[in-house]
Write a protein that binds this ligand. Structure first.
Ligand code: PLP
Length: 385
């Protein structure tokens, strides 16, 4: 059987064996419900969730009491945006976000517009950066919330979150960041960055799918949010439903491992990323990079080869698991709205691919693709002649 190299780590990641080992007891013998603390099963599940909450909080410099467990980044974003709006007593509500957010943000905003919420969608510059000045200029007296992702899932560009957080703090406006692509990859300190809400999930950091978190600044102090899932009152009433104990334990472990490895992986992946970009640029005529050359997460490469459309690419490279769409929404087959927002035209968009490197890639694999992609593209070009 042909070996396929996994290079789609911005989409999702392989579960780390350490994480799986931590989860297994909670799928087998330790199956208690953490809300049923009248017996040992429930108490051991509850204690495991406490440890995981501590581990998740620790990775982002949050307090234990500021983490709400959910099913995904998508759910965390829904809870933050809808929860803040529903909780607000203002008559007019204005939100600022960007044209390059994940659909988890854009479609919630679109939905809320139907109910009279006004949304401003900021454009990025050609490298994908949202300028804090642009945020400032678009603030209105009724701006309640600013939503800006920490790093983009397609082009990897890192936003000036610290400056935007400071601005929101100064103006007393709430700030939500979608950190699905940045947590565990670059240091994310919610206090230093002045973040009010941060959404992220386990499956992007070598943890299980179906587990997410919402960080809420001083959740206990201020009544900031209105719950979106009502029921048994778990997660202090902010997110009802029996907790996914094994998933949460895995999420906690994944965060602990990331905390240990973040600097080594940052350095290793940055070197690999830049080596791949430089080699492809040098060896393939008509190569162009999408996104910022430096202000980008270490595991993302979004690159285009003029004249080599996605379908030609997929046919040639069946040995590489690479994304040709916007990963999480590539089922839609529409040209990427992110690449379009940074000024790429249709023909450039259809020639762009995303390589997402990760913890389980090896030096040999990186060397292999540096040779394999130029060879394959030459083959395609010969066939096209
Ligand atoms: N936001 C970003 C930036 C993402 O990359 C993803 C990935 O799929 C999501 C949100 C959605 O995450 P989830 O699958 O955990 O809902």
């Amino acid at each position: 059987m042909q070996r396929i190299i996994y290079l789609d780590n911005n989409s999702t990641t392989k579960i780390d064996p350490e994480v799986l080992d931590a989860m297994m007891p909670y799928l087998k013998e330790k199956y208690g419900n953490p809300s049923s603390t009248s017996h040992t099963f429930g108490r051991e599940a509850s204690a495991a969730v406490d440890i995981a909450r501590e581990q998740v909080a620790d990775l982002i410099n949050a307090e234990f009491s500021e983490i709400i467990f959910t099913s995904s980044t998508t759910e965390s974003i829904n809870l933050a945006i809808k929860g803040v709006i529903e909780n607000s007593e203002r008559e007019k509500i204005h939100i600022i976000t960007t044209k390059i957010e994940h659909k988890a943000v854009l479609n919630v905003c679109k939905y809320l517009e139907k109910f009279g919420v006004e949304v401003t969608y900021l454009s990025p510059d050609s490298s994908g950066i949202i300028s804090p000045l642009n945020v400032r200029e678009n603030l209105k007296p009724d701006t309640l919330l600013v939503i800006i992702m920490s790093a983009n899932n397609e082009i990897g560009t890192i936003q000036p979150i610290g400056e935007i957080g400071e601005l929101c703090e100064e103006k007393n406006i709430l700030f939500l960041t979608d950190a699905a692509q940045s947590v565990g990859k670059i240091p994310m300190d919610v206090k230093q960055l002045n973040i009010d809400f941060m959404a992220f999930s386990a499956h992007k950091i070598y943890g299980p799918k179906g587990t997410g978190a919402l960080y809420v600044r001083k959740l206990g102090d201020k009544n900031l949010l209105y719950p979106q899932i009502h029921g048994g009152g778990q997660e202090k009433g902010f997110r009802s439903g029996t907790l996914n104990v094994a998933g949460i334990v895995g999420f906690g472990k994944a965060c602990e491992v990331c905390k240990r490895k973040i600097f080594d992986e940052f350095n290793k992946h940055t070197v690999w990323r830049d080596r791949i970009i430089q080699n492809l640029n040098a060896k393939i005529e008509g190569t162009f990079l999408n996104g910022h050359p430096v202000k980008r997460i270490p595991n993302n490469i979004n690159i285009g080869f003029k004249g080599i459309s996605n379908s030609l690419f997929i046919n040639e490279f069946s040995d590489l698991a690479i994304s040709t769409g916007s990963a999480c929404s590539s089922e839609t087959l529409e040209p990427s709205y992110v690449l379009s927002a940074i000024g790429r035209i249709k023909t450039e968009i259809s020639c762009s691919i995303r390589i997402g490197i990760g913890r389980f890639n090896t030096e040999e694999e990186i060397e292999y693709i540096i040779k394999r992609i130029p060879d394959g593209i030459n083959k395609i070009k010969e066939k096209l002649l």
